[in-house]
Design a binder for this molecule. Structure first.
Ligand code: 5GP
Length: 185
């Protein structure tokens, strides 16, 4: 991965924090930015397309890829595997493309170890209390499941201390400007 020309950005954030909206805005306003497509073993959701949202693969195929060193990073999340293929990232960066990976924290820290020039950005909720209230207001989950989610959120927020930038999404336009400044300078 030497002599690469493009820049690599990693964006992570707790679920429900507005990360998807911010990324959509960024890609719309800066179509020259490229979003990496990951491989996953989870089933496609309605409307998701092969090669657009993810490359959907079986567990055995995924783990063979891991064994053969095909992944730049990978992680298990919520009972499924997710990973970024090395060859695709290398190719895009060598072509001078600036590339965004939207991945969770374990994978992000693997990227930072392998490619210290990668820029890691974490999107934070305005406060843990607010996220907790939002989860409770939805009223769709029992206490055990809410506690499980909050535990994950706290773990991810703890991990985000190793990121280069942390953006609090308390106001969409303001948070977007911050993200745009980091990525587009
Ligand atoms: P979802 O199943 O909701 O699409 O994604 C679940 C989580 O997996 C999200 O936090 C997403 O950022 C993360 N994710 C998606 N692709 C990758 C990947 O290639 N590697 C890692 N480490 N995480 C990923």
């Amino acid at each position: 991965m030497h002599n690469t020309k493009g820049k690599l950005f990693v964006i992570s954030g707790c679920s429900g924090v507005g990360k998807g909206t911010l990324l959509d805005m960024l890609l719309k306003r800066h179509p020259q930015l490229k979003l990496s497509v990951s491989a996953t073993t989870r089933n496609p959701r309605p409307g998701e397309k092969e090669g657009v949202n993810y490359f959907f693969t079986g567990k055995e195929e995924f783990l063979n890829g891991v064994k053969n060193g095909e992944f730049l990073e990978w992680a298990e999340f919520n009972g499924n595997y997710y990973g970024t293929k090395k060859d695709r990232v290398e190719k895009m960066l060598s072509l001078g493309e600036n590339l965004i990976l939207e991945i969770e924290t374990q994978g992000a820290l693997q990227i930072k170890q392998k490619l210290p020039d990668a820029v890691l950005v974490f999107i934070l909720p305005p406060s843990l209390e607010e996220l907790e209230n939002r989860l409770r207001r939805r009223n769709t989950e029992d206490e055990k499941s809410i506690q499980g989610r909050l535990h994950e959120v706290r773990r991810e927020i703890e991990c985000s201390k190793n990121y280069d930038y942390r953006i609090v999404n308390d106001n969409l336009e303001r948070a977007f400007k911050e993200l745009e400044n980091i990525i587009c300078g």
